[in-house]
Design a protein around this ligand. Structure first.
Ligand code: IMP
Ligand code: MG
Length: 192
């Protein structure tokens, strides 16, 4: 962390403001409410990054929503994908006959969703349908194709933090999405 010793002090640029996130989450909630009219939803958040987005998204959906979490870990502690996905925690819910909305913080290379086979796995267990909703999408970084049904924002190829997204476990609690100062990112990425 920089000399300022605050989270905001480590940010070079706010990419998506708190207000813009809030407006977009409301829009996504309306769209999902329309698409699933008359149904119940089981939202499955991918820990840890999607927890904050999921908390806001479910409150923007005007239908009965239950939620659960899987913990998939694709990154070491730095900014580059390891290409290995560890399934650290499974959901507790019975998915048979249920409409699942997978909630992700960001789809970057696509490896997390592809290697975990999350959607396929839920369908194999008897889910009635599986759709994917991501807050952020970095299509220019995609290495494998994954289907994204709802996306909050498309962003360019920059490493971002905030609103659930971290570097080395920190910055998730920033209320907006921003880019770290280069020296802060370099210092944190160097840590073992
Ligand atoms: P993918 O497997 O490359 O699609 O990456 C998905 C996961 O990588 C996300 O759930 C994030 O945890 C992490 N990730 C990818 N890009 C970023 C970023 O810009 N900031 C923080 N985490 C990221
Ligand atoms: Mg992460």
């Amino acid at each position: 962390m920089s000399k300022s010793n605050t989270l905001h002090g480590d940010i070079a640029e706010v990419l998506i403001s708190e207000e813009a996130i809030s407006r977009r989450v409301t829009e996504l909630g309306c769209e999902i409410t329309k698409d699933y009219k008359g149904e119940r939803i089981l939202a499955v958040g991918v820990l840890k990054g999607a927890a904050i987005f999921l908390a806001d998204l479910v409150r923007a959906i005007d239908l009965p929503v239950d939620y659960d979490f899987v913990w998939l870990s694709s990154y070491g502690s730095g900014t580059e994908s390891t290409g290995v996905v560890e399934w650290k925690k499974d959901i507790e819910s019975d998915v048979r006959g249920r409409h699942i909305l997978v909630v992700e913080d960001i789809v970057d290379t696509g490896w997390t969703l592809r290697l975990s086979r999350l959607s396929e796995n839920l369908l194999d267990r008897g889910a009635a349908s599986v759709k994917v909703c991501t807050l952020l999408d970095k299509p220019s970084r995609r290495r494998v194709e994954v289907r994204v049904d709802y996306r909050g924002f498309e962003i360019e190829d920059k490493f971002v933090v905030g609103y659930g997204l971290d570097l080395c476990g920190y910055y998730r609690n920033l209320p907006y999405v921003g880019v770290l100062k280069a020296e802060v990112e370099a210092a944190l990425s160097r840590q073992p």
